[in-house]
Design a binder for this molecule. Structure first.
Ligand code: FAD
Length: 437
């Protein structure tokens, strides 16, 4: 029997029993068995979602990782068709040497193609390319007791829209066809500049976002007073020349889960101060490999263990642009007062490109994401943050969530009823049950 699976935050601690398939033709039968034996199931990609959206209500998941083959590739046009359990890293490993890159990538390359579609992930270039779903041309969807359905903007368009950001509930994505973007090098021309407060972040974002493919900022979540919202602004573009190689990077790893979190107020203060100071006060350029630019945390296997046995939660919200600065100031003030948080705190402006996905998270505005070690004070802090987000007309990201109330979810995602109407009754997640039932 294989080890149980969890979500990335290790919270809630709901071990999932994995049931796999070797061939895509086995999925209908497996769905049938899981449904009759356990009442329902859910596709599980690679468990890079933080909360309970990748956990089955029955705690029995259909593990998709073994369905990870390429089906058809057109290197002239950069169109890739692959089984949904393939990881983004596996796609990049063959695409980069041929001069192609993912159009949109999240901060981990260990998400699967199916997981990237089901959460309609976004990346550092949301302001120019939208979400992952904007680049999906077609997909094959297996629903319980039905034939494999091909969905695209023109074939079964309603099911296509519901499946992108559909949280794995409309069916099992068996394969997908995506459009890549051309690159001339595997390197990124990046630059970094530190900023002193939140107003400076917004000024930099307005000045730099439209000049670059990628932009994102790290913020010091404990900084208070005049320094509240200080951080480091990063931008980047694919280099115009250079090698197109994918190298095996040496890896670090966290071998065990310590009984308590290694992230505390003292370690966080020390890290944040040093990280802010080490970055230049004037914009400084350097050429870096794509991996440290996009996926710095992927270098450390099981980094999620540093938060201890109780795990951690990520809080990610997006606030509409007109009120973003005011609301994010309030959020940061509540977080700094609580003394909680982690070194991972990210601010990013989301652009205007609309996703085809019914329940896609990004809206034009600014997104804030922070990790918090799980502890008994977190619920009170999250209640305070939720009130600010709600008041500002913002929303939380289901892919990261383990706490939002059903009321907040249904209000922030009014299209949820259309997804519920198209949900395959054999599929149910802990998240969906928590927020809709
Ligand atoms: C370090 C790190 C950085 C991250 N950065 C970002 C970021 O910048 N932007 C962002 O948007 N997200 C980010 N994420 C979140 C992550 O990209 C998403 O949660 C992604 O969906 C995880 O993919 P997965 O394959 O691991 O899917 P899982 O987490 O296993 O599952 C996610 C959802 O996809 C569904 N699913 C998986 N496979 C299938 C399938 N074949 N058919 C139907 N449904 C399926 C599941 O049912 C579930 O609802 C980050 C996560 C980590 C750990």
């Amino acid at each position: 029997m294989s080890s149980p699976l969890f979500s990335w935050g290790l919270y809630p601690a709901a071990p999932q029993t994995a049931h796999g398939c070797t061939w895509k033709s086995e999925v209908p039968q497996q769905l049938d068995c899981l449904n009759s034996e356990f009442g329902s199931t859910l596709a599980y990609g690679n468990g890079r979602s933080y909360g309970d959206s990748c956990l089955a209500d029955s705690d029995h998941v259909l593990h998709m990782r073994t369905l990870n083959r390429f089906i058809e590739v057109d290197w002239q046009r950069g169109v890739v068709t692959a089984e949904a359990g393939i990881t983004l890293a596996e796609i990049l490993a063959v695409a980069i040497p041929r001069g192609w890159f993912l159009p949109v990538t999240p901060g981990t390359q260990f998400a699967t193609l199916g997981g990237a579609i089901a959460n309609d992930v976004h990346g550092k270039n949301h302001h120019v390319r939208g979400t992952f779903g904007n680049h999906v041309r077609r997909l094959g969807l297996q629903r319980h007791d039905q034939d494999l359905l091909t969905c695209s903007p023109v074939e079964a368009p309603e099911m296509f829209a519901a499946t992108i950001a559909g949280l794995g509930l409309t069916g099992v994505i068996i394969w997908a066809e995506i459009q890549l973007i051309p690159i001339k090098s595997c390197q990124i021309d990046s630059s970094a500049v530190r900023f002193d407060n939140l107003a400076d972040f917004f000024a930099l974002s307005t000045e730099l976002d439209h000049q670059h493919e990628y932009s994102v900022a790290w913020i010091d979540c404990l900084a208070k007073g005049a320094q509240a919202g200080r951080g480091v602004f990063f931008v980047g573009d694919h280099a115009e020349y250079g090698a197109k190689t994918v190298e095996e990077r040496s890896k670090l790893f966290v071998p065990i889960t310590p009984p308590i979190s290694l992230i505390n107020k003292l370690s966080l203060h020390t890290f944040n101060e040093a990280y802010w100071r080490v970055h230049p006060a004037t914009q400084t350029r350097k050429r870096v490999n794509y991996e440290p630019f996009f996926y710095p945390l992927d270098r450390i296997d099981h980094w999620n263990r540093i938060y201890g046995r109780r795990g951690f939660q990520q809080y990610q919200c997006v606030i509409p642009q007109p009120v973003a600065e005011v609301a994010i100031r309030e959020l940061l003030s509540a977080i700094a007062q609580s003394g909680q948080g982690s070194f991972l705190a990210v601010l990013k402006r989301c652009g205007e490109i609309t996703s085809p996905g019914l329940l896609s998270f990004p809206i034009p505005g600014t997104s804030l994401a922070l990790d918090f070690p799980q502890n008994k004070h977190l619920a009170a802090l999250f209640a305070r943050l939720d009130a600010i987000v709600h008041e500002a007309g913002g929303r939380l990201y289901p892919a990261k969530d383990a706490h939002m109330s059903g009321k907040d979810f249904r209000q922030a995602y009014p299209a949820w009823e259309r997804l519920e109407a198209l949900r395959d009754p054999s599929l149910m997640s802990r998240f969906w049950k928590r927020v809709t039932k």
